[in-house]
Ligand binder design. Structure first.
Ligand code: FAD
Length: 426
């Protein structure tokens, strides 16, 4: 959006997750007068960092992996001037460990568009052949109602060691119910661009320092007003327009005819506020476990990669971070109701094997359960994603659950924010 395109126009953005921040930054940079309201006392929503008193270190609410091919996320990082806050891999490299056999391998696509790397054994999944990867093309022709498990051969080694882990990690939905079509979109926009689009970007400090705080600084510099502790309770609609926003104890904000509202809250909150809205109704869980570990015990410079995928255990992705190790288990419905200590013990066993550490004693730990981490990426739920434009002429929608064509991810949230900003401009 060109600078000045929105000069002086007032836009109210509700929700300071990445969708709301991306919309607010785009609009503010185009000259709009942005007012951003957030229910919590901090921005970031489902993508944020905080100081954990028990662990004695700063942790991210969940592990988030960005890659260089995430075009909207890269544009956002540039717009909020945060590129220097990331460590960027020199090449694409996804290390894996199979806990059942002890085998380790690194999927390492070269930067070329044509996947020559598939012909090099040491760059592939252990035990796979170059032609096995042609299976992915079956996703391209999948029908809109087909699941990943219906399309990809379940008996193949790649299903267990690549297709399943990627589906679960990227769609937060088990392959037996995840949309094959959505997985294809993701492959086409990442692997399809060659390894150059798969270099990992890891926040040097934390998610907030890389994706949230810089955005708030850009907004403040552009005169945006940011109000925390403002939970939108009701939207008053008159005819086809929003006439006022009701922030309960914080008061009511009247919306003038030439002002716009971007609703960038979660799907359940949006449907509470707008009962006629059709939006996703099913969600999937993520469990994160953090373990306090002195940096000297695990160095990312040598034996331990900064992150690795794990198959054949409970832990799925393991990240080595400053002062702690952090583990993600996605599509976590089968384990979410287990007691936290039991989960920590099971996950720690996997971590100890992966990092060659003693099983006992287990270090200080924290287990975070997020029951509604993302919407369920099933064919049925994808039909329920609305676009940014509503039947009310000054009301626009953003959020990872809107129709971005992407799963519920940082990239999807930022795309939705940009799309809402563009819709406001139009
Ligand atoms: C544990 C976990 C791990 C994840 N891992 C990954 C990953 O590895 N890679 C990846 O790309 N994505 C990952 N995600 C998904 C990613 O975090 C989300 O897709 C993204 O952050 C969603 O952003 P959003 O702005 O759409 O929604 P949210 O972040 O939910 O933002 C909505 C905001 O609206 C505010 N709000 C709600 N109601 C109101 C109200 N009534 N009034 C005012 N404000 C309100 C909320 O407080 C919140 O700040 C993960 C998510 C979780 C929970």
């Amino acid at each position: 959006m060109e600078a000045g395109a929105m000069k002086g126009r007032r836009v109210h953005v509700i929700g300071a997750g990445l969708a709301g921040l991306a919309a607010a930054v785009r609009l503010a940079r185009a000259g709009a007068h942005v007012r951003l309201y957030e229910a919590a006392q901090a921005a970031g929503g489902r993508c944020r960092s905080y100081d954990d008193a028990e662990l004695g270190c700063r942790v991210d609410n969940g592990n988030h992996l960005l890659v260089s091919g995430n075009v909207a996320a890269m544009a956002y990082v540039t717009e909020i001037e945060a590129a220097a806050t990331f460590d960027v891999g020199d090449s694409a490299a996804f290390p894996f460990l199979d806990l059942r056999t002890g085998e380790r391998w690194t999927v390492s696509p070269t930067d070329h568009l044509f996947p020559w790397w598939l012909f090099l054994k040491h760059r592939r999944v252990a035990g796979s052949h170059a032609w096995d990867y042609l299976q992915a093309l079956k996703l391209r022709n999948a029908g809109p109602r087909q699941t990943v498990a219906e399309v990809l051969p379940r008996e193949s080694i790649l299903y267990d060691r690549l297709w399943r882990p990627l589906t679960v990690a990227a769609l937060n939905t088990a392959p037996e119910e995840a949309s094959a079509h959505l997985l294809w979109t993701l492959f086409a926009e990442t692997f399809g661009k060659g390894g150059a689009g798969l270099h990992a970007l890891l926040p040097r400090q934390g998610l907030s320092e890389s994706l949230v705080d810089p955005a708030l600084r850009v907004l403040a510099a552009r005169g945006a007003e940011i109000s925390f502790g403002h939970r939108l309770r009701a939207i008053s609609l008159v005819g086809d327009a929003v006439a006022a926003l009701d922030f309960a104890a914080k008061g009511q904000v009247d919306i003038a005819a030439d002002e716009a509202v971007v609703l960038a809250v979660t799907a359940p909150v949006a449907t509470d506020l707008l009962p006629d809205l059709v939006a996703p109704t099913e969600f999937r869980a993520i469990v994160n476990a953090h373990f306090r570990i002195e940096p000297a015990r695990v160095s990312t410079g040598g034996a331990h990669p900064p992150f690795q995928g794990i198959v054949g255990g409970t832990a799925e992705w393991l990240f080595v971070k400053p002062g702690h190790v952090s583990v993600t288990v996605s599509a976590a419905e089968p384990i979410i109701d287990r007691p936290a200590e039991d989960l920590a013990t099971t996950i720690w066993r996997d971590v100890a094997k992966a990092l060659d550490l003693p099983h006992v004693p287990m270090p200080a730990w924290r287990v975070l359960k997020e029951k509604r981490a993302t919407f369920a990426a099933t064919p049925e739920q994808l039909q329920r994603r609305p676009g940014p434009v509503t039947s009310h002429h000054n009301l626009f929608l953003a959020g990872d659950w809107t129709a971005t064509g992407w799963p519920s991810t940082i990239e999807g949230a930022i795309r939705s924010g940009f799309a809402a900003a563009e819709a406001v401009r139009r």
